[in-house]
Ligand binder design. Structure first.
Ligand code: BTN
Length: 279
């Protein structure tokens, strides 16, 4: 058996060996350093890149997360990937795409460890710590969705010192969890395979077909939560019990007065802590 080297650079050929896709990763552009894979993918999309075009970089100068946060992107440790997608759907259902790709990412992680959970809408957690996140950016107009750029960051081989001090106690990597160096080309290929399979299913059958699989990974259902929602441009705070996903991918939250809210987009905190009980 060949030992997996943590610092070996990625190559297109090594990733392609693991691909079982028709479109995703078939045009694959690999960089040593970028500001953000989402920025580069967006430029390619504007220039007309086909669906499935994939950008991967070894490091990001300005890796970004949701809600204006940054995404730590040390070189040669992890996976930083963005796709160009051109779904046939209305802009209103685009939040589902983050869930679809979160499910795909959880299925890829599951090939390395069974413990992975999804915290709606876009966090992959192991033992309550963040392993991966998805940032979905899109351009839509009156004619519909022009393109979508989902960016996926997965902490594969980071060690505790690779994380900025403010997130060190909240983050983890597959290596920290399994004790083994993760084969990065293998992970990238497997991730793209799951992403294409789940994306095609979503386009063909709709989100309701994927909702039961997504629910098996959820770490929120039944828990007391507070959601800062961002519906129609204004922020709202909703406290209640997470009741699981509706068929359209919105998060059902039952408030103390019995009212049920369906949240399209927002940031969730678990009332009794962001801790190991989330696993
Ligand atoms: C989040 O959890 O807030 C989302 C994190 C998304 C990080 C990835 S890394 C690849 C892509 N490029 C970026 O700048 N961000 C995403």
């Amino acid at each position: 058996m060949t030992a997996v080297s943590m610092h070996a650079p990625l190559t297109v050929a090594d990733i392609e060996k693991h691909l079982a896709t028709r479109r995703f990763g078939r045009r694959l552009e690999l960089f040593e350093e970028l500001d953000s894979t989402n920025t580069t993918a967006r430029e390619l999309a504007v220039a007309g890149a086909d669906e499935g075009t994939t950008i991967i970089t070894e490091s990001q100068r300005r890796g970004r997360g949701r809600l204006g946060r940054s995404w730590a992107s040390p070189a040669h440790r992890n996976l930083y990937l963005s796709l160009v997608l051109r779904p046939s759907c209305s802009p209103a259902v685009l939040p589902q795409l983050t869930l679809v790709l979160g499910l795909a990412a959880a299925e890829a992680v599951r090939e390395w460890t069974a413990d992975v959970k999804i915290k709606w809408p876009n966090d992959l957690l192991i033992a309550g710590r963040k392993l991966a996140g998805i940032l979905t950016e899109s351009v839509a107009d009156d004619a519909g969705v022009q393109f979508v750029i989902p960016g996926i960051g997965v902490n594969l081989n980071s060690e505790p010192d690779d994380f900025p001090p403010d997130v060190r106690s909240l983050a983890t990597s597959l290596r920290m969890v399994t004790g083994h160096v993760v084969d990065r080309p293998g992970f990238a290929g497997r991730l793209l395979n799951h992403c294409e399979a789940r994306y095609d299913e979503w386009q063909r059958d709709g989100f309701h077909a994927l909702a039961p699989a997504w629910e098996t990974y959820s770490c929120l259902t039944g828990r007391a939560i507070v959601v800062q929602s961002q519906e129609r441009g204004h922020r709202e705070r909703i406290a209640g019990t997470a009741m699981g996903l509706a068929d359209d991918g919105t998060l059902r939250v039952r408030a103390a007065n019995g009212a049920e809210h369906h949240i399209v987009a927002g940031d969730v905190s678990v009332v009794d802590g962001y801790d190991r009980s989330l696993t």
